[in-house]
Design a protein around this ligand. Structure first.
Ligand code: AMP
Length: 388
């Protein structure tokens, strides 16, 4: 595709109205762009900071077409945009990343097939479309293993760990989809991610490797620099760059990795998941890098040179879930007393348990201090700290 340069002052359309779109819109408006956001929910996190909010279902192609006519270039922040909608939009305005990239990565089976056929390491897996196939897959892969939905799966949603063959019936019943993927359970040392940006001319920049700590399959805390060897970091960057090139990505790609101990000093890496957009584990870049992952997406989409990815300080990020509202309104002032802490809230009015409402970052002299402080700040939100 020829290079499409969209300069400041022009209008960017973003499909999806969550926190990723919100932080993208903030980056875009800071650089003088106008932003239109399309999401089914009115007053969505992105809509609150966009110039124009379009409220329509994602399969309302007439509205999507009108939206595409109103903007100069389109990107997305949400993976489950119907392919047909994206295609209709792409007939009118340039879309980055290309719709095909989204179509590959939002479907677990297509993503795994893409990765394995291109020679990238993935956990052993089987596609299953009946309980009989599930049983055969569990026998082949051995327990423990994990049954995942092929679509609409993120943050551990639609996942069941199977530790015994007896659990197959219940796990299949709970899947609620005609197609699943069973994966061998990976006994990892730690989880890492790399945020890669690739420009329209093929230039590539990667942010520092992030170390990710999960709770109940949901990202809880990210620590940067990751506390792994230089050799592991280089391997993580190499595989992530290779995946971005194989996808012919223009935009930002998050590559989630498992580091597995294998007796060698650096261990080996397995690709867990891809997301062709900014990622929760890249939020540290907003406060701690010269250019954020959102500005990188903007620059890539707009055909501009990619920004400097330098990490200015060790940093940790902690997600704020709706559970933080269990004891009433969180004590934001108490959290903000912790040195080096910044607060990001996404403008969501309904703090349901498990819902990502915002995050905290902490910059400190080393990664462990940053981790301890950001966790302390988050504990303070719940008003359970001793103020004395
Ligand atoms: P996912 O939505 O596939 O990224 O899964 C969310 C989290 O569940 C991951 O970040 C891991 O902590 C855990 N997980 C997913 N798949 C596996 C696996 N095959 N083995 C071990 N843990 C897994």
């Amino acid at each position: 595709m020829p290079r499409v340069v969209t300069l400041p002052g022009k209008t960017i359309g973003i499909l999806g109205g969550g926190q990723l779109g919100r932080m993208f819109a903030i980056a875009a408006r800071r650089m003088g762009y106008r932003v239109h956001a399309l999401d089914p929910a009115p007053d969505c996190p992105t809509g609150q900071v966009a110039d124009v909010e379009w409220s329509a279902a994602y399969d309302d192609t007439d509205t999507a077409v009108a939206f595409a006519r109103a903007v100069d270039v389109v990107t997305f922040e949400f993976e489950n945009i119907p392919y047909e909608t994206l295609q209709r939009v792409a007939e009118i305005a340039p879309v980055f990343p290309a719709p095909l990239v989204l179509d590959t990565t939002r479907h677990r089976l297509r993503e795994k097939t893409f990765l394995s056929t291109h020679g990238f390491p993935v956990a052993p897996y089987r596609s299953v479309s009946s309980v009989e196939e599930l049983r055969a897959a569990v026998i082949a892969l051995k327990t423990p293993c994990i049954l995942k939905t092929a679509t609409f799966g993120y943050d551990g949603k639609g996942q069941t760990k199977i530790t015994h063959l007896d659990q197959c019936d219940a796990a299949w019943g709970a899947l609620g989809q005609p197609l699943g993927v069973v994966e061998g359970y990976v006994d990892f040392v730690c989880e890492l991610s790399v945020i890669v940006a690739r420009a329209q001319n093929g230039a590539i920049r990667t942010f520092d490797v992030a170390e990710n700590l999960h709770e109940h399959h949901v990202l809880d805390v990210t620590v940067v620099p990751a506390r792994v060897s230089e050799a592991t970091k280089q391997a993580a960057v190499a595989v992530s760059v290779a995946v971005a090139k194989s996808l012919d990505l223009v935009g930002v790609l998050a590559v989630e990795l498992f580091l597995v101990g294998d007796g060698t000093p650096q261990g080996h890496l397995i690709v867990n998941e891809l997301a062709p957009r900014p990622h929760n584990s890249g939020h540290f870049t907003v406060d701690a890098c010269v250019t954020s992952q959102f500005e990188q997406q903007l620059r890539a989409v707009c055909g501009l040179p990619l920004g400097d990815v330098r990490l200015l300080s060790p940093v940790a990020m902690a997600n704020i879930l709706g559970d933080c509202w269990d004891n009433g309104e969180p004590d934001f002032a108490a959290a903000l007393e912790v040195p080096g802490v910044n607060l990001h809230l996404y403008g969501k009015s309904d703090p349901r348990p498990g819902r990502k409402m915002g995050h905290l970052t902490c910059l400190a002299e080393d990664a462990e201090t940053a981790r301890l402080r950001v966790i302390e700040a988050r504990q303070r939100l719940r008003r359970t700290h001793d103020p004395s």
